[in-house]
Each structure stands twice: as C-alpha cells, then as structure tokens.
Design a protein around this ligand. Sequence first.
Ligand code: NAD
Length: 279
Amino acid sequence: MSQTNTSHTAFPSIAFIGGGNMASAIMGGLLRQGVPASKIIVVEPFEGARQALQNNLGIAALPVASEALRRAGLVVWAVKPQSFKEAAAPVADFTREALHLSVAAGITTDSVAGWTGTRRIVRAMPNTPALVGKGMTGLYARPEVDAQGKALIEAVIASTGELSWVEKEEQLDAVTALSGSGPAYVFLFLEAMTQAGVDMGLSAEQSYKLAVATFQGGAELAARSTESAEVLRQRVTSKGGTTYAAITHMQQQKLPEHFIEAMRKAEARAKELAAEFGK
Ligand SMILES: NC(=O)c1ccc[n+]([C@@H]2O[C@H](COP(=O)([O-])OP(=O)(O)OC[C@H]3O[C@@H](n4cnc5c(N)ncnc54)[C@H](O)[C@@H]3O)[C@@H](O)[C@H]2O)c1
C-alpha cells in the first residue's frame, strides 16, 4: 500500500455526519495524529452522543446541520445505512464542493451521489479495532476522486490503522463480511474459548486472558511469518495429539464450511442494505 505524505497541517476542516462509534474512532485517530479539535465539525442529533464527544474527545458537536459545514473540505458520513438519506437532506446544500467519505455498510456511492449532489466520493469499510489504532479499512474511490483526494483519505484512515484499496465497489461487500464484521467473529470465539476454559476448571478471568493472548499471539505470528496459515496450523497439530483431537472434531462438524457460509450471509446482507436503504 502506498503511503501518503499528507501532514496534519495540510488537513482541511473535516465534518462528521453522525458522531457515534465509528466516527469517534476516526476522530480519536485524527486527534492522536495532532489534528486540532477546532478542525473537526460534527452533526449529531442525539444529546447523549454529543455529551460523550465533549467528555471523551473535547469536541463540541452541532445538533443540526448549519452554515458551519461550508468550511469542511472533507465530509465523513458515519450514520447508519437506515438514516443516511434522511441525514443527507439538510447537509447536502452546504457540502457540494467537499470530498465525501462514507463508512456506511452496503450504501453505494451512486446512492450517496444522488443524496449529496456530488460524485467526489470514497466509500470505506473500517472496523472497530480502529478505536485502538489497530483498524483495518477497505476503500473504494469513484473515478471522480483525484490522487490528492485519495491521499487525503489515506492520511485520515491511516490514523486508525491499516488500509487497502479495492478496484471494484462491489468488493466492499466482501470486505464488510470479512474485516468489517470480523471483530464480532473474533469476540464470539473469545466467548466460546473462555466458556470452555471455565468448564474445564479455570477462572473466567484467567480463561479470558489466555484466550485474548492466544488470538493476539496467533495473529502476530501469522502477520510476521512468510508461511501460510495452513502450515502454521499444522505446526501446532501433532499427529494423534490434543490439537488434532480438537481440529478433527471441528472439521467433522464442518466448522470451516459453516463459517464461510456465515460470512456469505454478511455479504448478502450488505447487498440487501443497499437495496433497502439506498433508494
Ligand atoms: N460499528 C462497526 O463495527 C462498523 C464498522 C464499519 C462500518 N460501520 C458503519 O458505520 C456507520 C455508523 O455505525 P456506528 O457503529 O458508528 O453507529 P452509531 O449508532 O454508533 O453511530 C451513528 C450515529 O449517527 C447519529 N445519527 C442518527 N441520525 C442522524 C442524522 N440524521 N444526522 C446525523 N447523525 C445522525 C446517531 O445518533 C449515532 O450517534 C454505519 O453505517 C455502519 O454500517 C460500522
């Protein structure tokens, strides 16, 4: 992935429409990178969320769209797919000249273009580890976005972790099913591994610590290794040993097949969201 040389001093004012989890993760990354809070404008109708932004990040959010949005060179759409169209209506007139970045699952850039009146749009699929600077974000840029615009988006997203561009917009549905929803799969496995540890006589606390460290260590080993996950798995699996017993059971129960099937459900849901809420 090419690295950007956009420094935070070159950042334009950035407006966030929606100030919930994902917006907070990106804003947190920007602040950590030295972008001043005065360069960030947020529209967030829910008072509890505005309070959280003020308390956690020192950012004062607006309850409704206003002329202040005209300052923004970049608009980040961080509302739920269900609320996007409604959120765009009062904002669009102020932001036609800006570059737009949407993180909404499923919603296509054609829909965003229709609602915002501009085609300078990048669509992104981040994930929640962005909250701790360990995010993974897939990105798609419409042809109307120039190299400078892409460099700005890279600089914003790099403040939350890693990124990877896709060539076709529909590939973002696969990214959504994989890394977007993926942290939830990891947490589900953590829950199951912790429960198994408890069932076998460990405390919940110790069991959870072992499970989290195992995920961290396994992921780090895979990231640093030149060998495939399959080879790394075989190294743990002594013939006739303990891992063999567990993996054999998982394979007999078709766990990998079920897992792949589940991820295809997430991909299908991304497409449904586009059809349901993109009009
Ligand atoms: N949470 C994730 O893991 C994740 C990962 C990738 C992408 N996303 C996408 O990010 C988007 C936001 O998700 P989230 O988890 O941050 O949700 P969230 O509910 O935490 O945040 C959405 C915010 O939008 C606000 N909002 C509602 N209507 C609005 C309006 N008309 N104008 C402005 N703001 C409005 C809500 O009050 C809320 O604070 C979604 O589209 C989701 O698909 C989420």
